[in-house]
Design a protein around this ligand. Sequence first.
Ligand code: NAD
Length: 508
Amino acid sequence: MAKQVVATPTLFIDGKWEHASDSKTSQVLNPYDGSVLAEVDEATPDDARRAIAVAKTFFCESDWRDRPIVDRCALLVRFADLLQERKEELAEIETLDTGKTLNESKIDIDDVTTVFRFYAQEARKLALEKHIKGDAIPDSVQSIVVHEPVGVCVLITPWNYPILQLCWKLAPALAVGNVVIMKPSEVTPLSTVYLTRMLVDAGFPPNAVQLLTAKGATIGPILTESEDVDLVSFTGGLGTGRSIIKSCADTVKRCTVELGGKNPNVVFADCDLAWAVDNVITAIFTHSGQVCSAGARLIVEDSIADQLVAGVVERAGQIVMGNGMDPTSETGPLVSAQHLAKVEEYVKIARDEGASILCGGTRPDPAKQPDLAKGYFFLPTVIDRCNRTMSIVQEETFGPILTVERFKDGDEKGAIALANDTKYGLAGGVQTKDQARALRVARQLRHGTIWTNTYGAYTAQAEWGGFGLSGNGRELGSKGLDEYVETKHIWSETKPALMGWFKGGAHM
Ligand code: NAD
C-alpha cells in the first residue's frame, strides 16, 4: 500500500495513540479512484467504554473545567492559528478523503478558523456571574446564576463536511470546559485524526479529547446509552438521528441532532435569467449535491420556468468533474460506491414515478471520460415534471439531483405552500428582485436558514439548525454555545435565620 495519508494508530484514548483492542482495522478509500488511502483502527465496544471512563474521570478530577475561561479561550485562538498554519496539509487530507475540491476544503478550514475565534470571544460572556436583584429577593440574599460545562460530550459527525461539522461542535464544547469523545464517520475519518493531533499540539489537555474511529453501529449504542456520557451531539441522517434520540432517552441525556434536508429554492419571474441559472446550479451542484442545505427543489414561476430549466440543463452539462486535487475540477465524485448506488436508485424511482430526466441521470460515459471511470462520479442531473407526491421530491437524495416544480404566475402563496411541503426544514432560498417580497416570503418559510438573492453562505455568529425533521438543536451563534452549558442558580443567604416553617423544637 502507498504511504498512509494519516499515521496509525488512530484511536486516541487516555492521552495515547492506540490500536483497537482486537487489532481490527478498516480501509479508507479515495472516492476519486477507489484507491486505499489509509488503514484505520476500528474501536471495539471495550475501547469505547474505556474512552468514556477516562473522559469521566478527567472531567470530574482534573482542573480543566475550573480553569479561568481566558485560559481555555487562549487555547481556542492557538488552535485557530494552527488551522491556518497547517491549512495546506489538512485541506489535502480532506480532499483525498471526501473527494471535494481543494478549494472547498480550504474554504471549510477558513470557516472553522472563524468559528474557533468567535467562540473564544463568546464563551467569555458566559463566564460572568449574573446577580439577580428584585422585590422578591431579601437584601440578605445573594442570588446568582452561573454557567458550567455539561460534562462528557460525544460528538458524532458525518462524511460530507468532516472538519466543518466537527469544529462547529468542538469549539463551543471545549471553550466552556467540557470533555469530548469524537466519533467521525467511518467513511471519512482522516481529517479528524489529523485534527486530534493538532488539538494536542495546540495545548489542549490530552485527556480532554478522546478519538474513536469505528463504524457507528459497533460503538454508537455504547456511547449514546452510557450513564457516564452527559451529552450527545449528532450530525447525520434522519434514520440514525432517530435511533440516537431513542438510545439517549433512558439516561435522559442531552441530545441534539442536526439532520438532513430537502431544501426548496424558490425563483420568481423577475430574476435575470443568467443570474438565476447561476444561482440554481450553485445551490444544488456544489460538492456534487452532498450538502445538507443543497437547493435540491427548484420551485419556479411558470412564465420563466422553461427558459430557466433549459439554462440550468445547459450549464449542468458544462460542470467540470474530476479529481479534487486538480485545480481545474469544479466538483468531485460522490463519497462512496454505496452512496453512488443510493443516488442511482433514486433516479430509477423518479423515472418509475413518471418524472422526466432532462440531463444526467447516470455515471459519466467511460468512453468519453476514462479518467473518471474508477471513481464514484455521477452526472449533474435535472428532473422535470415533478410533483410534491413523488419521493424524488420528498426524500433527501444527497446527490447532484435537481427536481423542478412550477407555480402559477403571481401565486406567491402557492410557492410558499410548495416550499413548506416537506417533512424537513433545514434551509431554503428565495430569489426575486423585489426585496420586500424576498423578506415576506422568507418569513413564511418553515426552514432554519433562508437565503434571499444568494445561496449557501453562513456565519459563525448566526445560529444554524433545522425545523421539522431536520433537527432539534442549533449550532453556531450564542445558542450553539448554550447546547454545551449547564445553568445553575445559587441562592445564598448571608444572614441565616430560623426558617420557622415547622413549629416543633422550641426546647432546643
Ligand atoms: P449517517 O447518519 O449515516 O452517519 C453519521 C454518523 O453517525 C457517522 O459517524 C456514523 O458512523 C454514525 N452512526 C451510525 N450509526 C450510529 C449509531 N447507531 N449510533 C451512533 N452513531 C452512529 O450520516 P452520513 O451519511 O454520514 O451523513 C449524511 C447525512 O448527514 C445527510 O442526511 C445530511 O443531510 C446530514 N447532514 C446534516 C447537516 C446539518 O447541519 N443538519 C450537516 C451535514 C450533514
